[in-house]
Write a protein that binds this ligand. Structure first.
Ligand SMILES: C[S@@+](CC[C@H](N)C(=O)[O-])C[C@H]1O[C@@H](n2cnc3c(N)ncnc32)[C@H](O)[C@@H]1O
Length: 207
């Protein structure tokens, strides 16, 4: 990670109130695809990691039983809570949680894990650890939208901020999902630096 968790949290809290108005077309396309691919059933519990102001969590709340939205930035979550209240959505729980420790409590069921435009803040080793944590929830489906490289990124047109972001290649992410017992069933190329990766569990958790 190029910044500490606390530095990322502070950075996002500072811009939380303007965050929703500053997004690119690729971001919106990516978020829409994450929501579409997550496709929860009415009795599914969704865990959304790096939930921010709730783009994914709010988009899924009407279709799922419950959404557990986890983030490290209180400012971003405060925006998310405000929007959920405005829309009368009471089945979303915004609470502190880090990718590698989402603080779910021992008896929380998770059926689907989503994450959009957030995992790229971690180094590749930390991403692998986070994907291991996603798998350990017992979820049957993981849907990740993020800055990720299909090919060598154009250094003159980075889709990220090299001083704070640390995107992986799509291949590294696919390998991390398969190592955790998932089959990658879909990869959407939103941009040559933005991917949505869908993975379904093929290996059960050890008893
Ligand atoms: C670009 S925003 C994306 C927010 C939301 N998922 C969306 O699609 O709009 C990235 C979010 O990741 C959160 N974040 C950064 N590092 C994190 C970490 N280690 N664990 C959990 N969340 C983190 C930030 O606080 C921020 O809210």
């Amino acid at each position: 990670m190029k910044k500490t968790v606390e530095e990322h949290a502070e950075r996002f809290s500072e811009k939380a109130t303007e965050y929703d108005d500053s997004k690119s077309d690729e971001y919106h396309a990516c978020a829409g695809l994450v929501i579409d691919h997550a496709a929860p059933e009415p009795d599914d519990v969704v865990l959304d990691l790096g939930a921010g102001t709730g783009a994914i969590a709010l988009g899924l709340a009407a279709d799922a039983e419950r959404v557990l939205a986890r983030d490290v930035s209180e400012g971003m979550m405060e925006e998310g809570r405000r929007k959920a209240a405005e829309r009368g959505l009471d089945d979303i729980e915004f609470a502190y949680g880090e990718f590698r420790d989402p603080e779910l409590g021992s008896d929380r069921r998770v059926d689907i894990v989503t994450s959009n435009f957030a995992l790229h803040h971690l180094s590749d080793d930390e991403k692998r650890e986070a994907i291991g944590v996603m798998a350990a929830t017992g979820a049957r489906r993981l849907v990740l939208g993020d800055v990720a490289f299909f090919e060598e990124p154009d250094p003159n047109a980075p889709f990220y901020s090299p001083e704070v972001d640390d995107p992986a290649t799509v291949g590294t992410l696919v390998e991390a999902f398969t190592d955790e017992g998932f089959a990658v069933t879909d990869i959407e190329r939103v941009h040559d630096q933005v991917a949505v990766i869908v993975a379904e569990r093929v290996r059960e958790l050890p008893a």
